[in-house]
Design a protein around this ligand. Structure first.
Ligand code: ZN
Length: 275
């Protein structure tokens, strides 16, 4: 059994606000990295006990170099650093039996701890007309390789968002959102036990779960926060920008093209400066 783990940071046990997410904040960021590594370790430990033979962890937050390899469980390999064509899903292919999304968060504009979608310029993202956050976008990517997403961890609200797309998914809830930057957090002992229990449940239920099946070609619409960002994103060949709006649409022939085009547009939109 070969397992792919995409690990983000916002939905990690004990993390409630941006001070845990960025090196510029110092002490809390160092705590955040350790908390992230320990959540991932709990999942790996239980997955190994459940028979996983090969585990790849893809660090999926910001610079993607957050997990402390010196403290990572020895049975996993770590994909660390950036840039990468497929960002949070780099390293996945059809040889994997299951994907887990650890430390995830709800999409932009809805409640949930540190909710957002990919980066500051993106307000909403739609695939074939369906609004998607990072959970959905990455699950669609996994689906096109035929890999089911069997577990998500994070707050209670990302668990609900995940179940909307994949009703049978296992969810490890490590905190309850009180606002976008406040949560009622389980003790770390309780939280790690929840991660272990749900890892075992997810791997038992794996045969009943289907990959997310979205037919290509994939029409992707990105609604940016400002028209200026949409104008920059529309530099990407093949994109369609309706003047006067803040939306750009493109059609991707496959999962790789979908991910790379979204990333190119996001990076272009990120260059826009506002006074
Ligand atoms: Zn993140």
């Amino acid at each position: 059994m070969k397992l792919f783990i995409s690990a983000d940071m916002e939905g990690i046990s004990g993390i409630v606000d941006p001070s845990y997410l960025d090196p510029k904040y110092g002490v809390n960021y160092e705590r955040g990295r350790r908390l992230m590594t320990d959540d991932v370790n709990a999942v790996i430990e239980a997955a190994v006990e459940s028979g996983a033979k090969e585990i790849i962890v893809t660090d999926s937050h910001s610079g993607m170099n957050n997990i402390l390899i010196e403290h990572l469980h020895p049975k996993a390999r770590l994909l660390s650093g950036s840039p990468r064509d497929h960002s949070m899903m780099q390293g996945l292919d059809s040889s994997f039996d299951a994907a887990f999304f650890i430390g995830y968060h709800t999409r932009h504009g809805v409640p949930g701890v540190l909710s957002h979608t990919m980066g500051r310029p993106i307000r909403n993202l739609y695939i074939n007309g369906q609004v998607m956050g990072e959970f959905g976008f990455n699950a669609v990517y996994a689906g096109l390789y035929g890999v089911p997403v069997c577990l998500v961890s994070g707050d209670n609200l990302v668990a609900a968002e995940a179940k909307e797309l994949i009703p049978g998914i296992s969810t490890a809830v490590v905190k309850y959102a009180q606002s976008r930057t406040a949560a009622l957090c389980l003790s770390l002992e309780e939280s790690r036990q929840e991660l272990k229990n749900k890892t075992k449940e997810a791997l038992e239920k794996r045969p009943q779960l289907s990959p997310v099946n979205v037919q290509a070609p994939l029409t992707c619409k990105i609604e940016f926060s400002h028209a200026g960002e949409a104008e920059m994103a529309a530099i990407v060949p093949g994109s369609l920008y309706e003047a006067g709006s803040s939306e750009v649409t493109f059609v991707a022939q496959n999962q790789s093209e979908l991910y790379r085009t979204m990333r190119a547009m996001l990076n272009l939109a990120d260059t826009v400066e506002f006074a």
